[in-house]
Structures are given as C-alpha cells and as structure tokens.
Write a protein that binds this ligand. Structure first.
Ligand SMILES: C[S@@+](CC[C@H](N)C(=O)[O-])C[C@H]1O[C@@H](n2cnc3c(N)ncnc32)[C@H](O)[C@@H]1O
Length: 315
C-alpha cells in the first residue's frame, strides 16, 4: 500500500458514509479507510490514525519487536488474518479497554493502533485521535435505574463537552420517554421538564425534580421561558425539523447549552449535517454510543465554546 497518509476507522455500519466524506481514498479494509491526504474533517469516524506506516514483518515475533520499537501501547483493529494478528497482540503489553465510571475523563496516555493486512504486512499508527482502543467508549452501565440504555450517549456527550448539568439547573428533555436521559439528568440534581408524546416510565416520572408534559416537543418555544440551562433532544424526527427548532433556541439566547441527536432514517443528507455544524459555537460528532445518528452540541460564547477541529472524533 503506497501513499498512506491518514487512516479513519468508521463508526460501525457507516463505512459508506465515511468513504463518501473522504478525498484520496487508497484502500478500505473492513471499517478502516486509508487516504493519501492529510487529515480531513469527517463526521462518521470513531478513531483517526494520524501517522500510519506500513511495516514489512518477517514473523510474529518480528512484528511485535517492530511495534514495541515504536512505542509500548497498542490496540489491534483486526481486518483479517485474525489468528496471526492475535498471536502478535499477545506478544505486546496488554492494553485492556477501560470501563469508564461516569463521570470520567478519557485516558490521557496516547495509544497506537495497528492492523495486519497480509501475512507479512502490517499498518501501524503511533498517534490516533482517541486514547481508547478503537475509539470505543465503554461506560460501566447501571442496569437498575434507567429504563433505557440511551443515557450512555448523554454520558458520552457530557464527557466530550467536559460539562454536565449542575444541581438545581433547569433542563428541558425533548423526546425524553421512556426516560433514560431524564434519569441521568435528575441524578445530577438538576430539574427536568420532559416532553414527549408517550409517557415516561413510571419509576422516572415520580422522581423528585422531574416534570412531564405530554405533547409535541416542537410546541415548546423559547418565548415561553426566561432561561433554560440545558436543552436536550432525542426526538425521532426529520433533521430539517430539528434544525429549524434548534436554530430558534440558539437565536433566542434563552438557552446556554444544547445537545441534540440528529437522526437519519431515510437517505443520508450531508448538507443538513453541515448546516448544524455551521451554527456558531457548536460541533457535530458521531459518538461511540450513537447508532444511525450524529450528536450536535452547542455552548454559548459566555461558556467555553466547544473546539471544532479536523481531529474531531468523540474522544
Ligand atoms: C429515542 S426515543 C428517546 C429516548 C430517551 N432519550 C431516553 O433516554 O429514554 C425518541 C422519543 O421521541 C419521541 N417523539 C417523537 N416525536 C416527538 C415529538 N414531535 N415530540 C416529542 N416527542 C417525540 C418518541 O415518542 C420517543 O419517546
């Protein structure tokens, strides 16, 4: 493989979207896409390999020796030759995927990534955008409290933003049922107004600080509120509809921070993603815990704006 400058590991199931975002694609191995161009702004990558090099290896021992000569910490992304790749990995220092306990910061130490392309050919990148193995953000789950696993993407979004609701802040949770996000917000001591066409799970509806309003989230308008600390939306709707509504909230100045999932049901439209990303003081990412959706995050200028860069993967 020649001219490899950058590698992108796509979010699971979204390699086609990632490829369509990239210029200079030279090879695709499973979910790993190599390009001949410097880093590009993409939305569907889970990890970016910043300095991939092709290593010719004589044996399993030689592969491990060459990797260790570059650095100590490596994560394997298997693209084939699984048994041989695992035998190489066994000769490297073990880097288990950390289980994050919310609230948690991502690990600081750099982690390289590698894959075995052929019996004697390996690609390795000592620098990656994520410090987690293959960008996988695994939280220790609460199997008792929340009624859905959707809270994991909110935990991840707060971790990426480096902020979360504080005690007594006022939050709106649009499309909040059955109440996973509501549970996560309430647990922080904030007040939540949850709005959904379907009811909240009973054990969430009765929590202190939780209020429920039945109906469409889009009937909530900024004029109806003096100040909202956080606006959350996990509503299943067309991205354009969400954009128009979110834009009203941004322009009103009533809400300081927002996190919305942009869901894609039919054909994927990259134009609407760019519209969201173009809202000042905001960024769009695919979180590890997102599925067929992206997450848009907004912070007003008075709070620190989230940094948008070409290196954006969630962690
Ligand atoms: C993915 S679920 C939300 C899961 C929730 N965040 C949680 O943590 O449990 C999407 C929700 O959007 C709601 N929904 C769809 N259209 C809506 C609308 N126009 N207004 C309010 N809620 C809506 C659905 O009823 C559904 O409960």
């Amino acid at each position: 493989m020649e001219n490899v400058v950058t590698g992108y590991l796509s979010a699971e199931g979204h390699v086609d979207r990632l490829v369509s975002e990239l210029k200079g694609v030279v090879a695709v191995h499973d979910r790993l896409v190599f390009t001949s161009c410097p880093i590009q702004k993409v939305y569907w990558a889970q990890n970016i390999w910043l300095n991939p090099v092709v290593l010719n290896i004589a044996s399993i021992t030689d592969a491990a020796r060459q990797l260790k000569a570059i650095q100590g910490s490596w994560a394997l992304f298997p693209t084939g030759l699984h048994r041989r790749a695992l035998l190489i990995a066994e000769k490297l220092p073990r880097v288990p995927a950390p289980e994050l306990v919310f609230p948690a910061s991502p690990p600081r130490s750099p982690l390289g990534s590698w894959t075995l392309l052929d019996t004697n050919v390996l690609v390795a990148s000592s620098q990656c955008t994520s410090t987690l193995p293959n960008g996988e953000v695994l939280f220790r789950e609460d199997k008792v409290g929340p009624p859905s696993r959707a809270y994991l993407k909110l935990w991840e979004a707060w971790t990426v933003m480096g902020e979360r609701p504080q005690a007594d802040e006022f939050c709106i949770d649009a499309g909040g049922s059955p109440g996973g996000w509501c549970w996560a917000i309430q647990k922080l001591g904030a007040h939540v107004l949850s709005v959904d066409r379907s009811p909240l799970d009973k054990k969430i509806a009765c929590l202190p600080g939780v209020e429920f309003q039945k109906g469409s989230a889009f009937s909530l308008q900024p004029e109806d509120f003096d100040q909202v600390d956080w606006l959350f939306s996990d509503v299943i709707c067309y991205p354009e509809k969400l954009y128009d509504w979110a834009r009203r909230w941004v322009d009103s100045g009533v809400c300081r921070k927002m996190i919305c999932t942009i869901k894609f049901q039919g054909e994927y439209d990259s134009k609407i993603v760019k519209k969201f990303a173009g809202i000042p003081n905001s960024r769009v990412v695919h979180l590890y815990n997102n599925k067929n959706e992206l997450t848009w995050m907004f912070k007003t200028e008075t709070s620190e704006p989230p940094e948008q860069s070409d290196r954006d993967t969630a962690f």
